[in-house]
Design a protein around this ligand. Sequence first.
Ligand SMILES: Cc1cc2nc3c(=O)[nH]c(=O)nc-3n(C[C@H](O)[C@H](O)[C@H](O)COP(=O)(O)OP(=O)(O)OC[C@H]3O[C@@H](n4cnc5c(N)ncnc54)[C@H](O)[C@@H]3O)c2cc1C
Length: 411
Amino acid sequence: MSADAAYVIVGAGLAGAKAAETLRNEGFDGPLILIGEETERPYERPPLSKDYLLGKAERDTIYVHPQAWYAEHHVDLRLGTRVTAIDPAAHEVTLADGSRAGYAKLLLATGSTPRRLPVPGADADGVHYLRRAADSDQIKAALRTASQVAVIGAGWIGLETTAAARAAGAEVTILETAELPLLRVLGPQVAQVFADLHRDHGVDLRGSVQVAEITGSGGRADGVQLADGSHIPADAVIVGVGITPNTQLAADAGLEVGNGVVTDARLRSSDPDIYAAGDVANAYHPGLGRHIRVEHWANALHQPQAAARAMLGQDVAYDRVPYFYTDQYDLGMEYAGYVEPGGYDQVIFRGDVQGREFIAFWLGGGRVLAGMNVNIWDVNDTIQAIIRGRHAVDTGRLANPGVPLEQFLDG
Ligand SMILES: Cc1cc2nc3c(=O)[nH]c(=O)nc-3n(C[C@H](O)[C@H](O)[C@H](O)COP(=O)(O)OP(=O)(O)OC[C@H]3O[C@@H](n4cnc5c(N)ncnc54)[C@H](O)[C@@H]3O)c2cc1C
C-alpha cells in the first residue's frame, strides 16, 4: 500500500488509541499514523481525579496499551507532535515542525480542553485545572501540603477532586454558580443527593455564588474573592468549569463545526474522508434522533471503534446509550441515557435515597429516558435495555424494588 493510503488519527487519547486498535483488529494492514501532542502514550483520564489522584493506583495502570503494543501493531505513534492544519483537498495534515503527512482517511480524536475561568488571577501559581496526567500529579503534590482548598465548579471533576482533597485531610470549600451541584445534568432531586453527600463529608458547599477574582501575592493564589464581597482563603484552587471541544483544526479546514465536529451516525464529518470520535464529535444519534456530543469515557471507548469500521467501509451506525460513572467517597454510580436540562417530566426513585443505595429514573411521556444506579451494581445493562425499549412504564411498580427490573423491558 502506498503512503497515500495511510490512515491518520489526530489525537492520541483513549479515542485515538481505540480507533488504531480497531483498524488493526479489523484487518487494516496499511500505514497507520497516530499523532498526539502530549508526550505520554495514550492513557485514560478517569483515574486522574480518582484512584490515581488518591495515590491508590500507579501510573502504569492508566495507559490504554503497553508501550510495545504500538510497534507490535505497526502503529506509527508520534508523540509530542501537534497537527497544525488539515488540507482536505490535498489529503494532507501539517505537523508543528512544518512536515506533512498524507492520508486516505483521517480521524479527528482531538478531545477537549478545560475552560479557563475568565477572572483576574485565574492563571496564578496554585490554580489548577485537571485534564492531563501532569495536572493530576501537580494537584496530588499540592494536596500533600494544602490545608485549605477552594474548588470552583461543582461538576464531576470538581466533586471528585473535592473527595480526593478531603481524603488528603484538607478543608474544602466548593463554589458553584448554580444552586446545587450538577443541577443542569441531574435536575434538583438528584443534585440534592450530591450536595448532601459532600456536606456530610464536611465540605463547605456554597451554591449561587459568583467568583470575582482569584486573589494572591507574588503571582501565587491565596484565595477566592466572591462577587458578594466575601473571601475564601485557600492554599490551592482547583477549577472545574467545563470543557470546550478541540475543533479549531476542523473549523480551519472548513468542516462543519457546531458544539464539536458535526458527523453523521457513521461518525463521518462534512468531508467524506474525515471522521471524528470521542469528546470532539457531535454525532447524529439514530436512537435519539438528534446530534449529541458526549464528554465521557464510555463514548471515547466505543465510538472510535465504530468510526474505524466506518473508515474501512463497513455499514455502521453508532447508537449506544450514553453512559458515564463517578466515584466520590463511598458513593459509586453509573448513569445511562440522555436528558436535556429540564427535558423530563418526573424522577422516580427506587430504593434507599437517604442511605445512598438506590436507582433514579428520569421519565418523559411515561418512558424511561435515563437511569442512575447508586451503590447498586449489575443493573446498568438492564437500565440501558429499558431505555432502548422506549415502552411506557408503570411508575408505581418501577419505584418498587420488589419488582424485578427485567419486567420493564417490555413495558
Ligand atoms: C480528570 C478526568 C476525569 C474523568 N472522569 C470520568 C469519569 O469518571 N467517567 C467518565 O465517563 N468520563 C470521565 N472523564 C471524561 C473522559 O476521560 C473523556 O471523555 C475522554 O478522555 C475523552 O477521550 P478523547 O480521546 O476523546 O479525548 P482526550 O482524552 O481529550 O484526548 C485527545 C488527545 O488529542 C490531543 N490533541 C488535541 N489536539 C491535537 C492536535 N492538533 N494535534 C495532536 N494532538 C492533539 C490532546 O492533547 C489529547 O491528548 C474524565 C475526564 C477527566 C479529565
